[in-house]
Write a protein that binds this ligand. Structure first.
Ligand SMILES: [Zn+2]
Length: 885
């Protein structure tokens, strides 16, 4: 699964309750894998038939489960949630049939149990069952997506089962280690088409209208990967290396499927080669629906996306859009091997699936778009993870998961982006070839089976001859990451470098305090000199490590020049000054790392603000978007501290002064020969100037929007989102009405979301008050409804959005998964710098949210309190410095 978008991702980018480190673990063994289900009965195949009834938002299900009894047992226990099992019977291999009494259910474990009249002997059995379940409005289990546009209403039936919603569709062994075949049949309307993991085996008309579609059996797989999508859909396809690669979209949208189809074909070839195990299913569909969530779900052979992040309009798509779509498809396709063919044994190893997919997507993208500097840009996500991981409330990458609700909580920034950052560091240390060979061995050895991370470390260690398990244990089972203090002296022409490590922490919450500071890591560190060729690796393991080097002492020492490490570096003052002086000659990665580490150290009170200023003053000619992203993220962090402060306008003038010269040289108009990166930078800088109140940029953006309305081809595609944002943020009533009309009649989700998102940025309080009301309008897409309040709050109107959310909490919670409720409400206030807001959130959550949603709330409260402490510590100094300018 890719991380869910906007509002959810905003809240997901927050820390988690502390957890005890887990020990380095054993290789996979089914019997000792965690979970609630007894391991004496295992499913072999589900022959499953679903008959949805849209009118009553319910469905009938029947199935025959072929199962193996491994040890004598008196009961059969399986998962089932919000489904009513009407009848069941069991037959043995000899044909004897045992009628089963209705099962007892256990709400806490979401299981049902059939008591047997006598002990069941080991052997193969068939369990027949019939039940009734519900079609949800929220995105879980089997759900119905409703989309309204100028052409009318469109209904699509879809499933979303990860991590634990398969049990809402069928009674099943809903834990990843219970692999089984699924042979799905579904009854659908006459004009509809249906897609699942495997190709259609047979489709027959039904007597009363409609059709019965039967799919081929899947390979043995976990229940969370089962998929069904049905509606008014059409498919384009291409055969690549024997696999039928398809893109499925709503009728009339196949004009936007060419790029995702081409990207899928290119990526299939890339992954077949990288993994050296050919994609194992006969077909692979990328399915675009109007609902779901703002990302993708990697169901084996039937990946489901919201159409806004998959479909590409060839007339207006930018290179940046294609890179984003490529990255998302690559993430979900990497899972087809790493996650689906080989699956984590239990949710405590979820990080292995997700971090690998994140890392692999960047690697595949960097290969496909060598000019886009994707590794450098990926550092933005790693920075977010380090921000969270510096706090006392962080958790290890690998954390214990005992309950299903904790599985949902495991989908967070630490899991995805610290995990991915660690894999990047490990690959660089082991070498690309050794790392790839280890992955190939691992996949070949464990295909159609489950693993723990220990199985991966064993394969990587064998391929590289390096102490992978010891390194990995430090990084995956300990919370936090190291700060490396670096000093060096020249001694008779030889440079003696001393590296000391301690846990990096934010002082306001005590992560750097006593015990935590004693934590040690095995840290692979690149040491080199600016302008002196390749760096050498040192594995820093002790509290203090000295390294003698034969390089020229006159050349500045640079640590982690490729920017592959998941640690911070603090240079002694002379070393820092030598690097700052050579700023423009440093490699891209070294510039970004110096800036990002300096910013984090300043905010942690561990380096003077003057160091950050010294670097930012050199930013003027900076060509790399990733480095501008870092600077702009820094000033945004400062801006959040400045809300309501008299010096806020001075901060805004400082930002405009920083950005305007670079933007002036880029100009508003695209040049035919400029790189994609320059176009992305232009859009980013124009949006920044508008946000911080630069009148000339706002006026020009408004003028270009008005012209776009009359003549859409007048605007370069790379500026469309920015110009919409400028129009929305500074909208009057007429502009707001224009945006609303565009949103209502847009033919695609991408255009519809763009218009709604622009409206949500409006400064005018009367317009913001109109926007929040849209949250209750069922014709507004569900994804937009769920993010609108956080968007309105993010800009200027937190009090308005928060009051509205509390007043309408019942209606809002009824519209989403309970788990998402914690994220959605937290996201509205998470950018506050006032501890009082954290108290309000806490009081609200205690009163209105279920216990399982509170983990997200605690993350948000921690975020707010950390920011409040930062404001008290840093803002006075920053304000004084701004006043001097
Ligand atoms: Zn994923």
């Amino acid at each position: 699964m890719s991380l869910r978008g906007c509002a959810a991702a905003l809240a997901a980018a927050l820390a988690v309750a502390a957890a005890a480190p887990v020990r380095a673990e054993a290789p996979f063994a089914f019997a000792t894998t965690p979970g609630v289900l007894p391991k004496d009965v295992v499913p072999v195949e589900y022959a499953l038939h679903l008959r949805p009834d849209i009118a009553t938002r319910s469905f009938h299900g029947t199935q025959t489960v072929t199962l193996d009894v491994l040890r004598p047992t008196r009961s059969i226990v399986m998962h089932a949630l919000e489904i009513d099992v009407a009848a069941a019977s069991l037959s043995g291999a000899d044909g004897t049939r045992i009628a089963l009494a209705p099962p007892s259910s256990d709400a806490a474990t979401q299981t049902i149990a059939f008591a047997l009249p006598g002990p069941l002997a080991p052997g193969r059995y068939a369990l027949d069952m019939a039940w009734r379940g519900k079609i949800n409005g929220a995105v879980e289990g089997l759900y119905l997506d409703r989309q309204v546009d100028a052409a009318g209403e469109h209904l699509t039936l879809a499933t979303d089962l990860e991590p634990t919603s398969a049990r809402r569709v069928l009674p099943c062994w809903d834990e990843p280690a219970f692999r089984a075949r699924f042979r799905l049949t579904v009854d659908i309307g006459a004009g509809a088409s249906a897609y699942s993991n495997m190709p259609v085996a047979k489709s027959v008309p039904l007597a009363g209208g409609g059709q019965r579609v039967a799919f081929e059996a899947t390979p043995p797989m976990p229940s969370y990967l089962l998929a069904l999508v049905a509606g008014d859909l059409e498919r384009v396809e291409e055969t690549v290396a024997g696999t039928r690669v398809g893109v499925v979209a709503g009728r009339g949208k196949s004009g936007r499927t060419a790029y995702p189809l081409a990207a899928s074909a290119q990526l299939l070839r890339y992954f077949n080669d990288y993994f050296a195990v050919p994609y194992p299913l006969p077909k692979l569909d990328q399915i675009a629906i109007t609902g779901g969530f703002n990302g993708g779900m990697e169901n084996w052979g039937a990946i489901v996306y919201n159409e806004s992040v998959l479909l590409v309009d060839p007339a207006t798509a930018t290179a940046a859009t294609r890179q984003r779509v490529h990255g998302l498809i690559a993430h979900e396709m990497a899972h087809q091997w790493f996650g689906n063919l080989v699956t984590m044994a239990w949710w405590d190893n979820l990080w292995l699936n997700e971090a690998f997919a994140q890392w692999m997507a960047i690697k595949a993208g960097a290969q496909a778009f060598p000019q886009a500097h994707l590794w450098l840009r990926a550092k933005g996500a790693a920075e977010n993870a380090m921000e969270l991981d510096a706090r006392a409330t962080t958790h290890p990458i690998q954390q214990p998961v005992t309950r299903d609700s904790e599985a949902e909580n495991a989908f967070d920034t630490i899991t995805y982006d610290k995990g991915s950052g660690f894999l990047r560091m490990l690959e660089a240390y082991l070498g690309e070839t050794a790392f790839r060979d280890g992955i190939r061995t691992y996949l070949a050895r464990h295909r159609y089976a489950n693993t723990t991370s220990a199985d991966l470390w064993a394969a990587l260690a064998a391929a590289s001859d390096k102490p992978v398990a010891a390194i990995a244990a430090d990084w995956t089972t300990q919370p936090g990451f190291p700060l490396l203090d670096v000093d060096a002296q020249c001694d008779g022409g030889r440079r003696r470098v001393v590296i000391r490590q301690q846990r990096f922490g934010v002082p306001d919450d005590g992560a750097g305090a006593s015990g935590a500071a004693e934590t040690r890591w095995n840290v692979p560190v690149q040491l080199g000199s600016v302008g002196a060729g390749a760096a050498e690796y040192v594995l820093v393991s002790e509290a203090s490590t000295a390294v003698a080097r034969d390089d020229d002492c006159a050349l500045p020492l640079v640590v982690d020049a490729d920017n592959v490490g998941f640690f911070r570096v603090r240079y002694a003052a002379p070393l820092f000054d030598a690097l700052a002086t050579r700023w423009s000659t440093l490699p891209d990665g070294a510039r970004l790392k110096l800036l990002a580490d300096t910013s984090a150290l300043v905010r942690a009170g561990q380096a003077p603000l003057a160091r950050w200023v010294a670097l930012v003053e050199r930013i003027d000619d900076e060509p790399r978007l990733a480095i501008w992203d870092q600077v702009l993220a820094d000033v945004e962090r400062f801006d959040r501290l400045s809300v309501g402060e008299p010096a806020r306008p001075a901060l805004h003038r400082f930002v405009v002064g920083l950005v305007a010269p670079r933007f002036a040289r880029l100009g508003w108009d695209e040049r035919a020969d400029e790189p994609t990166e320059a176009r992305q930078l232009r859009a980013r800088l124009a949006a920044t100037l508008s946000r911080y109140g630069d009148a000339a940029t706002i006026a020009e953006g408004q003028r270009r929007f008005a012209r776009w309305v009359a003549e859409p081809t007048s605007l370069a595609p790379s500026l469309v989102n920015t110009v919409f944002e400028i129009a929305g943020r500074h909208a009057d009533v007429a502009t707001y009405e224009t945006l609303l009309a565009l949103a209502r009649r847009a033919p695609t989700s991408e255009e519809r979301f763009r218009a709604y998102r622009a409206m949500a940025t409006a400064r005018d309080p009367a317009l913001a008050a109109r926007t929040v009301e849209l949250v209750l309008d069922r014709d507004v897409p569900q994804i937009v409804r769920h993010e609108l309040l956080a968007s309105v709050a993010l800009w200027d109107h937190r009090e308005l959005a928060w009051a509205f959310a509390r007043e309408h909490a019942g209606a809002l919670l009824a519209d989403m998964k309970l788990f998402d409720g914690g994220r959605a409400f937290t996201a509205i206030v998470a950018m506050s710098a006032s501890a009082a807001t954290a108290d309000e959130l806490d009081a609200f959550a205690q009163a209105r949210l279920p216990a399982d949603a509170l983990v997200e709330v605690r993350r948000g409260e921690d975020e707010i309190r950390t920011r409040a402490a930062l404001k008290a510590r840093l803002w006075p100094e920053l304000a004084a410095r701004l006043a001097d300018r």
